[in-house]
Design a protein around this ligand. Structure first.
Ligand code: HEC
Ligand code: HEC
Length: 269
């Protein structure tokens, strides 16, 4: 006892204790830290799923079933993936309200954090398209001309040449793409909502989707400030042709009538 207390009072005792404490802390940290952060991620993820499940049972289960298996009022959500949830809820399509030919876009009632939780829960039911990250959908530096070609061959038959939108059969319609965010453009291509076909990465790689997004943004910007003058609604050759027929031909007829009227008058006098 006496020996120990004597050693404790040794001038180096404090330094030794400090070094020992530092080594112990470092060692403990090294032993537990990586496992600790992985575990923290896991708990955050399962917490999101749990919160998402609560939101889901209040807002979605009545139509999609308590476990996402689907009911007569809504399809199964097993395997639709987080991207479909992010698109459907963030554009306000879901939760759907009244039955109709097509579920319309409307103001979104959830925060992005809640949407992420709903998406985490639905993704936990079965693997599907994952919500894209900004580097996937950011159109900066993409090829607008190539995007235009891709848009005309894949999208224009429904959405029109510059994404004005158009009617489909049975009361369905392809909406205008004006003001749709790059993320939602990407997700729509990934998941193919309602009557739209999907364009998965296997048939349309990420870069092509970015080119299309760049094109859609470019023509939308152009509408606000059209360098060619009147845009004619951006409807392409049909409206341009109609313009030529109605106004071009109309002007010719008017001139012909005017000339005829004046020659008649000239003859009389
Ligand atoms: C009133 C019933 C109703 C409610 C409530 C509802 N949905 Fe839907 N949901 C539907 C119907 C119907 C469709 C199918 C629309 C279609 O494809 O024509 C659908 C489609 C979806 C899809 C697309 C599935 C796919 O195959 O791509 C997702 C994702 C979805 N709902 C998520 C949700 C979420 C999340 C909620 C809760 C916030 C919700 N829904 C609430 C009726 C509902
Ligand atoms: C067969 C017709 C068809 C084709 C082809 C098609 N779409 Fe669609 N698209 C639709 C329909 C119908 C909707 C509406 C779906 C809904 O409301 O859930 C839609 C919705 C969208 C939306 C959501 C718009 C919004 O207001 O939230 C985007 C974005 C979109 N399409 C982009 C594209 C792009 C890009 C292509 C080409 C790669 C494409 N679509 C090809 C029919 C089509």
């Amino acid at each position: 006892m006496k020996k120990l207390s004597a050693r404790r009072r040794h001038p180096l005792a404090a330094v030794v204790v400090l070094l020992f404490a530092l080594a112990a802390t470092g060692g403990l940290y090294a032993a537990f830290a990586p496992a600790g952060t992985a575990k923290a991620d896991e708990t955050a993820q399962s917490l999101a799923i749990e919160e998402g499940k609560k939101l889901y049972s209040v807002g979605c289960a009545s139509c999609h079933g308590t476990g996402g298996q689907g009911t007569s009022d809504g399809p199964s959500l097993v395997g639709v993936g987080s991207a479909a949830v992010d698109f459907q809820v963030a554009t306000g399509r879901m939760p759907a309200q009244q039955p109709g030919a097509q579920v319309p876009k409307k103001p979104n009632i959830y925060s992005q954090a809640q949407i992420d939780q709903l998406a985490a829960y639905v993704a936990s039911l079965g693997a599907g398209p994952i919500t894209p990250t900004e580097s996937q959908y950011d159109p900066a530096g993409a090829d607008i001309a190539r995007g235009g070609e891709l848009f005309r061959s894949n999208c224009a038959q429904c959405h029109n040449f510059t994404g004005e939108g158009g009617a489909l059969s049975n009361g369905k319609y392809a909406p205008s793409l004006e003001g749709v965010s790059p993320k939602h453009l990407y997700e729509a291509m990934q998941t193919g909502p309602q009557n739209m076909p999907s364009f998965p990465d296997t048939t349309m790689p990420e870069q092509e989707k970015r080119d299309i997004i760049a094109y859609v943004q470019a023509v939308n910007g152009e509408k606000a400030d059209n360098p060619g003058g009147l845009s004619l609604g951006g409807l392409g050759p049909v409206s341009e042709g109609l313009f030529a027929w109605v106004f071009g031909l109309g002007a010719l007829i008017a001139v012909a009538v005017w000339v005829a009227a004046h020659t008649a008058k000239a003859k009389k006098s």
